[in-house]
Design a protein. Structure first.
Length: 171
């Protein structure tokens, strides 16, 4: 399944509602060539009352339902849509990442239908999964580390990654 059409819609709705989010997890890794799969899309956002309001607006725009399942310590909010099984998880805390700003520095913008979406670098995805230490994370860690090694082997030396756009260090 090609997730890009879904990400076009998600990127547009996030932009329209002003919700800064960083795509993390297997979806971020897959976009960078790692041979992994996922059933949903995971994002890191800042924990603010305003972002909670924005999440509700995103859910409404996507015709999705808001849930607060499973992981109370992660501050996770899930948006789910029954019609097509769309599942978006928004977290305010993830293992191995000290802050939104820290992950933003390890992310790059990617264009989806004219809307930018920040995508966490493979190294950051692997580091987070390593720090989480869950069985499902350990299962893909070797794959991510191999993909990270292969992607850095082909990067031209002396060139830096694209810098993230937008305000830096904002809480």
């Amino acid at each position: 399944m090609d997730a890009r059409p879904i990400l076009h819609t998600v990127a547009r709705v996030l932009a329209e509602n002003g919700l800064e989010a960083i795509l993390i997890g297997n979806a971020a890794a897959a976009l960078q060539g790692a041979p992994v799969t996922t059933i949903g899309f995971d994002f890191l956002i800042r924990k603010t009352p305003r972002n909670t309001q924005k999440l509700k607006a995103v859910a409404k725009a996507l015709d999705a339902v808001v849930f607060r399942p499973f992981y109370p310590s992660s501050g996770m909010v899930r948006l789910s849509r029954d019609d097509d099984g769309l599942q978006l998880d928004f977290m305010t805390i993830i293992d191995g990442v000290s802050s939104f700003a820290a992950l933003r520095a390890q992310s790059h913008p990617e264009d989806f239908g004219g809307h930018e979406l920040l995508v966490a670098d493979l190294e950051a995805v692997a580091a987070s999964k390593r720090a989480a230490g869950r069985l499902r994370d350990k299962a893909v860690l070797d794959i991510l580390e191999k993909a990270t090694h292969e992607s850095t082997a082909f990067k031209p030396k002396g060139k830096s990654k694209a810098s993230p756009r937008g305000p830096q260090g904002r809480k």
